[in-house]
Design a protein around this ligand. Structure first.
Ligand code: B12
Length: 212
């Protein structure tokens, strides 16, 4: 299985969407890999891609090809990785904050939350504070989950918390942020209720804040 997962990782690094989707089919058919293993190889692949970008070996088009290779593979693997519950766990509004267009990690968390029984309203990427506030008024979620991947998104996170306070909504919704650049320090500075940087800890923090 590890050899198959290694080939899967290499296909993502190479940005070969046909190969990654084909290998995803093989992984699903073998039914041996645990979701955590798949995430480990997928994240490791994107770390290599990020590293190649940093050293100037890859540029934006190569990163986009790798992103597409992940998306195609996830479409195959999602039903296998997340066994869906039927009870309702809570309502979530989620999106990637303004100025940020990364969506792979967000989409994975959206899938994991849906599988864990949450009704998720996914607002997409580059979401303005106004759009978050409007949706919160409309659906009155239990949780607001914010993806933020670049360090330059800190003001956007602070703006959302400030607006929630101004609009008298801060006590009505728990706010969780997440993304590659997150740390306990950032979470404290921004004023969110919780943060996480992978699927397992994201589900753990949502359960904790929902009192489950
Ligand atoms: C792919 C990629 C892109 C693709 C994105 C395609 C897409 N459809 O998403 C493209 C090419 C568009 C891109 C663009 C840019 N990128 Co980019 N990108 C990456 C890369 C290589 C991988 C990201 C990824 O998908 N990882 C895999 C997923 C599974 O992991 P994840 O994103 O961390 O998500 C997990 C957790 O964070 C968590 N999570 C995610 N969201 C949430 C939300 C909540 C609430 C919770 C609890 C948890 C959670 O769970 C997820 C699942 O495990 C990273 C490097 C890296 N290794 O992360 C750089 C990276 C994020 N990008 C970076 C940069 C700088 C950029 C650009 C500014 C480049 C440029 N000069 O134009 C632009 C930004 C454009 C913008 N305005 O947003 C930097 C950010 C540095 C920083 N600290 O600010 C990184 C770290 C690369 C680097 N080392 O320089 N990028």
């Amino acid at each position: 299985m590890n050899e198959l997962l290694e080939r899967f990782k290499q296909a993502i690094i190479a940005g070969d969407a046909d190969a990654s989707a084909g290998l995803a089919e093989e992984i699903r058919a073998a039914a041996e890999a645990k979701p955590d293993d798949i995430f480990e190889y997928l994240s490791a692949a994107m770390d290599v891609v990020g590293g190649k970008y940093e050293t100037g070996e890859y540029f934006i088009p190569e990163m986009l090809r790798s992103a597409e290779a992940v998306e195609k593979a996830m479409a195959v693997l999602e039903p296998y990785m997340f066994e869906h519950k039927h009870e309702q766990s809570g309502v979530v509004v989620m999106g990637t904050v303004k100025g940020d267009i990364h969506n792979i990690g967000k989409n994975i968390i959206v899938s994991a939350l849906r599988a864990d029984g949450y009704e998720v309203h996914d607002l997409g990427v580059n979401v303005s504070t106004d759009k978050f506030i409007d949706k919160i008024r409309e659906v009155e979620p239990d949780l607001l989950m914010l993806s933020a991947f670049t360090t330059s998104t800190k003001p956007a996170l602070i703006d959302i918390i400030r607006r929630l306070e101004e609009e008298g909504l801060r006590d009505r919704v728990k706010v969780i942020s997440g993304g590659a650049s997150h740390s306990a320090e950032l979470a404290r500075e921004v004023g969110v209720d919780g943060f996480a940087s992978d699927v397992k800890s994201s589900l753990a923090v949502t359960r904790r804040l929902m009192g489950r």
